[in-house]
Design a binder for this molecule. Structure first.
Ligand code: SF4
Length: 326
């Protein structure tokens, strides 16, 4: 099958230093062995509470930060083995859209230039086609081309996110990491931006990694969904499967909080006790055991392994491991 992104056992540890002269006293394991694949032209949603490592996954696969271990392949290219020149050449093909569209837009540049700057730098289109190209991209993203000379502060939050999307799309990328792209926007605007991303995906055959804490947004846009907890991917499946049949106790708790429009379907709301432990000092065994309502003795000591419960549906939990005596 055609996977545009393959992530294998990715780890990202940050050293913790105590005091000015002391040596490293430990690590924050922001990503602790994460593996997944994304098929070309699809969207993978990555969900979990803030602090679970999902943003670090996005940054690391873009190579905006170094990895500690593991491999990332983009279109078969091992991105951590590229030198700076090769990486620069690859850059336009992989783009990023952030949560806060304002802070990532230069206030001193008119919108046309914001969208076009990197188009010129990377020679995306011949010079004589440049103006028409920017006009086309703006129209594709629901922006008025006659607004080219306006500045970011003259636009609403939703329009500013459209500008960020236009800037990314203009480089003809194949893969875009969308990190909470609608979280800062009003709910009514969120749907417009999600629909825009979907339209652009179809038009340009884009692949997305869509990072969000908002499950209803993820349900709307994703084909597959991964759930993260304290630096680990604890469950992965296609969207229909995971929303209908969440297996990991953490996924079940997360998903039980979504309001269900059908009154005949009653899903018990599961409230998790306690707060997210510090990734600098995660619990032993299964990292979720301090909050798990299904916790067994073994969970406190032995980390669970990944079990494929059905084709394409994996879960990291002792409950589904036939070799664990319950
Ligand atoms: Fe809960 Fe144990 Fe499964 Fe961890 S391994 S999620 S503690 S049942």
């Amino acid at each position: 099958e055609d996977y545009i992104l393959v992530v294998k056992n990715l780890k990202k540890y940050y050293p913790i230093k105590k005091g000015l002269f002391s040596r490293t006293s430990g690590y924050v394991k922001a990503i602790d062995g994460v593996s997944f694949k994304i098929k070309r032209g699809t969207t993978m949603g990555l969900v979990g509470e803030s602090g679970c490592g999902k943003t670090t996954v996005g940054k690391t696969i873009l190579r905006l930060t170094d990895k500690t271990d593991g491999e990332v392949y983009f279109d078969g290219i091992p991105i951590f083995e590229l030198d700076r020149k090769q990486l620069r050449k690859l850059r336009p093909r992989i783009q990023l859209i952030f949560q806060d569209p304002y802070s990532s837009l230069s206030p001193r540049l008119p919108v046309g230039e914001i969208i076009g700057e990197a188009v010129k730098d990377n020679n995306i289109v011949p010079k004589e086609e440049y103006e028409d190209y920017i006009t086309k991209i703006m129209l594709d993203c629901g922006l008025q081309p006659y607004h080219k000379d306006r500045y970011p502060h003259e636009f609403s939050g939703g329009q500013r996110q459209r500008i960020c999307i236009a800037r990314a799309i203009a480089l003809k990328p194949e893969f875009i990491v969308c990190d909470e792209p609608v979280s800062a926007l009003d709910v009514s605007i969120q749907a417009q931006i999600i629909n825009l991303l979907k339209d652009l995906q179809e038009k340009y055959k884009l692949t997305y990694l869509f990072i969000s804490h908002d499950l209803s947004v993820v349900e709307h846009i994703s084909d597959t969904v991964g759930v993260m907890y304290l630096g680990n991917l604890v469950e992965f499946a296609d969207k229909e499967t995971i929303f209908k049949n969440p297996l990991h106790p953490y996924t079940r708790a997360l998903f039980s909080a979504i309001p269900i429009p059908d009154p005949d379907v009653k899903m018990k709301r599961i409230i998790l006790e306690g707060s997210l432990p510090s990734p600098a000092n995660p619990p032993s065994g299964c990292k979720f055991h301090t909050r798990c309502y299904e916790c067994m003795e073994i969970c406190k000591k032995v980390p669970p392994r990944e079990i494929e419960v059905e084709k394409g549906h994996t879960v990291v939990c002792h409950l589904y491991d036939k070799e664990v005596v319950k």
